[in-house]
Design a protein around this ligand. Structure first.
Ligand SMILES: Nc1ncnc2c1ncn2[C@@H]1O[C@H](COP(=O)(O)OP(=O)(O)OP(=O)(O)O)[C@@H](O)[C@H]1O
Length: 242
């Protein structure tokens, strides 16, 4: 059985600049993989290639065995993607936006209603469902983004900084939600919060300058007597700056 996410030698160049450099890894069902790296490391670009928003310069990415370039619709069917920032269509209400997403995903009538309700319940959006997205706080906008990624209950989730902008209680809720969903899904989350990796991830991949520097369990990354933060700094800081 192939892994639900398979990335092989994935590369993205913007002109002369290589943002993602020969990256390979896979994520199996039941795994929550933390994608860690300093600003500009190439995390979002890798995730955008997985989600079909950026075309790779070289290499391949497959979601549930479907190549994201050759079979984009089939790959997207199995994928929930939370992009960085706020959802588009800011003038739509929360319900209006999620109904729109449900219709794009092919749901109609009562089934669409059920999907929207379930997604709002999972992300605790019921209280703001009739509010235009542009009037929501940053944390609530983030939860609308999360709701659209979960709506079709996909086997693969790619979440770009899912807890960014959330208050501590909401961070806790979202981490619990990720942990609850983990056994059924392959989940890749990018984060700058190292405690989040220790709290929810079964594996961590450290990337800097577009290259994978480490791929291990959080415990495996932490050398005796050194915190994950120290290990992260050792791996990602230029040697003359350390
Ligand atoms: N469309 C683009 N054109 C040119 N350069 C780009 C483009 N998109 C991303 N980059 C560059 O690629 C590099 C990797 O960016 P990316 O957004 O993937 O990093 P990141 O690891 O997600 O960073 P952050 O933690 O700050 O979100 C950066 O130097 C960025 O400026």
């Amino acid at each position: 059985m192939p892994a639900l996410i398979e990335i092989e030698r994935l590369t993205k160049r913007f002109g002369d600049f290589t943002a993602v450099d020969d990256v390979s890894f896979s994520v199996d069902r039941g795994e929550v993989v933390g994608f860690l790296g300093p600003n500009g490391a190439g995390k979002s670009t890798t995730m955008k290639m997985l989600a079909g928003f950026v075309t790779p310069t070289a290499g391949t990415a497959r979601i549930c065995g479907k190549d994201v370039v050759d079979s984009p619709v089939a790959a997207k069917r199995s994928l929930g993607y939370l992009p960085e920032g706020a959802p588009t269509y800011p003038e739509m209400t929360v319900t209006g936006f999620l109904r729109f997403v449900a219709s794009i995903r092919g749901y109609r009538g009562g089934e669409a209603d059920e999907r929207v309700e379930a997604a709002m319940q999972l992300t605790q959006l019921e209280g703001v469902q009739l509010q235009p997205i542009e009037t929501l706080s940053k944390g609530f906008k983030r939860r609308v983004g999360l709701a659209q990624s979960l709506l079709h209950d996909p086997p693969v989730l790619v979440l770009d900084e899912p807890t960014d902008g959330l208050d501590p209680n909401q961070k806790h809720e979202v981490r619990q939600l990720i942990r609850r969903m983990a056994p059924q899904k392959a989940i890749l989350i990018s984060t700058h919060i190292l405690e989040e990796v220790e709290a929810v991830c079964s594996r961590a991949i450290v990337i800097a300058g577009g290259k994978v520097l480490a791929d291990s369990t959080p415990a495996g990354l932490v050398a005796p007597g050194r915190s994950l933060e120290q290990v992260f700094r050792d791996l990602t800081m230029p040697k003359d700056a350390a």
